[in-house]
Design a protein around this ligand. Structure first.
Ligand code: B12
Ligand code: SF4
Length: 518
């Protein structure tokens, strides 16, 4: 049977990284079936184009995964596919919580022939076998023989054949620059960000988060060997293709068991399996100096920290008072000293937020080493304690906000500001953080760092801006580069000097790459 796994686009950003679920399910598919993958964020398609592709390729089963934010788009695609008689299975965090909606059991239209609830590692082969026999059931649940929920173990873990997969749709190097960089860019013809999970689950139970409910509070890990082996294979691929690969450890809280994280990082170092990597780690776990040393030595470059708010009252409201705003600066300094940057995530529109929250937060950020801040508004996803609390209090203004998705617009009224005010605060925070002036300031503050670090920081800032400001066309990018021409020009000149020096094999190349102050 020929199967297509499809992830819908979010309409705002080009995806910087493939979705792991597709590659995981592909690896878990019995070998007699062929699996094709399309990520709409990397390869946007209309309903008609997707249906045509399915017809041309004679696809017999389509699996669609989607977060809440993309689910309306996923339903539209599913409707078009089902209309031509091809069965659709849906899975992922949204349909797990809203299975009746996907199956049309809530009085609305039906979008899927079957849904896979929760983690589908063990149910997927059953779904495929049932579909091949033409006997799809409506609901697949990960349960044991007694009907009790069973979380898949991550030992053993399937080997995702990254070294042979076609990742062309996810190459982050813009097409126009590829041939030039292939010839002269010393291994920068391709740049891929690859998702790897080393474990699942987080017991912290923050009120707005689906993770504790979805993956359970029992944390499961892969073996160190299996993670190290995956990194080594990726490293080999990067070398063979003369390209760059960075890894995103997508664990919800990569250091949730510090002892185990340290042992994994030590094994990565011992096996010389380092690749530049990023991961999500909560601020409280970054107090440990040895951990941060190991992060740096094992290739850690960017750490995503869910800071959420600088107001302890807000953090207490959402059950996240293990975050201590008073220690954010020290945590960031600890990372920065090792040349590790933080992606700091903030949520506005919490119950204790008032107008001016953007300015207050930006003032704090300005006192830290440069970070890549991201801002969103408090959003209640189905299945979270927040959704239940706001629903019970009658505070949801758009209870099924995903069917009428509006980026950065709240679906409930905060207590101390309006929905419009919250939206303006988010807008202000993005505009200020990623203005050409802020980008220049951030680069000036790390002027003593190596040129590749500074280049990476600038490129990251230009990409991160795209989470909020649509940056999909060549015109958007040309405008952006023109706005940031000063730092771009300065770094380009420096990089060109370095390139020429390296070509002449002169000792100057070494001098240029050395930090100015050490
Ligand atoms: C990596 C990640 C991202 C990446 C996504 C890009 C990428 N290429 O992966 C980035 C960082 C960009 C991101 C962004 C966002 N994310 Co995110 N992200 C994750 C994270 C940490 C890991 C996802 C993952 O790969 N998990 C591991 C795989 C194996 O699990 P899985 O995807 O759930 O798949 C399993 C099952 O669900 C099922 N399954 C999934 N799909 C399908 C499909 C079929 C057909 C079948 C049969 C089964 C199936 O089988 C899989 C194996 O068991 C999750 C949390 C988590 N641990 O899952 C949050 C998560 C998915 N993100 C979440 C959110 C809210 C967001 C944002 C909206 C945050 C924001 N406010 O901006 C944005 C929106 C993105 C956008 N603009 O499109 C929520 C989604 C909640 C929801 N109900 O939708 C999650 C669950 C985290 C949370 N805090 O609750 N995210
Ligand atoms: S620490 Fe992160 S992953 Fe864990 S429950 Fe809180 S928000 Fe979710």
């Amino acid at each position: 049977m020929k199967i297509l796994l499809y992830n819908p686009d979010n309409g705002v950003t080009r995806n910087f990284m493939p979705h792991l679920w597709m590659f995981l399910l592909q690896s878990l598919t019995p070998p007699e079936h062929q699996v094709l993958l399309i990520d709409g964020n990397a390869k946007p398609m209309t309903e008609e184009e997707l249906v045509q592709f399915i017809r041309d390729e004679e696809i017999e089963l389509v699996g669609i995964g989607a977060m809440t934010r993309m689910v309306a788009r996923a339903y539209r695609m599913a409707d078009a596919i089902r209309a031509v008689g091809v069965p659709v299975v849906m899975g992922g965090p949204h349909v797990t919580e809203a299975a009746d909606e996907a199956l049309g059991r809530d009085g609305g239209p039906r979008h899927a022939d079957a849904v896979a609830l929760g983690e589908a590692d063990e149910t997927w082969p059953k779904i495929v076998a049932d579909a091949a026999r033409g006997q799809l059931r409506e609901v697949y649940e990960p349960v044991d023989e007694t009907g009790k929920e069973r979380k898949p173990s991550l030992t053993p873990y399937p080997s995702i054949p990254w070294e042979t997969l076609d990742l062309d749709q996810f190459n982050l190097v813009p097409k126009i620059a590829r041939s030039l960089l292939e010839r002269h860019g010393a291994g920068w013809g391709t740049f891929h960000m690859v998702p790897i999970e080393s474990g699942r689950g987080c017991p912290y139970g923050c009120e707005f988060c689906t993770v504790t409910g979805f993956f359970g509070d029992s944390i499961r890990f892969r073996t160190n060997e299996s993670v190290v082996d995956e990194l080594l294979r990726l490293k080999m691929r990067a070398r063979k293709n003369l390209g760059q690969i960075a890894v995103f450890f997508i664990d919800d809280n990569f250091a949730i068991n510090i002892k185990r994280t340290k042992s994994l990082l030590k094994d990565i170092i011992a096996a010389d399996a380092q690749l530049p990597w990023t991961a999500q780690i909560s601020a409280n776990l970054l107090r440990d100096e040895e951990l941060v040393d190991l992060i740096s030595a094992s290739g850690g470059r960017w750490i995503f920290i869910g800071m959420e708010s600088i107001d302890p009252a807000n953090l207490a409201d959402v059950n996240k008072n293990f975050n201590k705003p008073g220690e954010y600066a020290a945590v960031l300094e600890r990372l920065s000293k090792r040349n590790i940057y933080a992606i700091t995530s903030f949520i506005f529109g919490m119950d204790n937020d008032t107008p001016g929250v953007a300015d207050r937060t930006l003032k704090e950020i300005a006192s830290w080493p440069p970070v890549l801040p991201v801002f969103g508004q408090l959003t209640a996803f189905p299945g979270t304690p927040l959704y239940a609390r706001l629903g019970a209090a009658g505070r949801m203004t758009r209870p099924r906000h995903w069917m009428d998705f509006a980026p950065f617009k709240m679906a409930h009224t905060p207590l101390k500001m309006t929905i419009e005010q919250a939206q303006m605060e988010v807008d202000k925070a993005w505009r200020t953080s990623y203005s050409a002036e802020s980008n220049q300031k951030a680069l000036q503050s790390i002027a003593d760092r190596r040129i590749d670090d500074r280049l990476m920081h600038l490129v990251a800032r230009l990409f991160f801006r795209g989470i909020y400001f649509p940056q999909l066309t060549k015109r958007d990018w040309t405008k952006l580069v023109a706005q940031n021409r000063r730092p771009v020009w300065k770094l380009a000149r420096e990089a060109f000097g370095l390139y020429r020096a390296a070509r002449k094999n002169s000792p100057r190349a070494e001098a240029l790459t050395r930090p100015l102050q050490s």
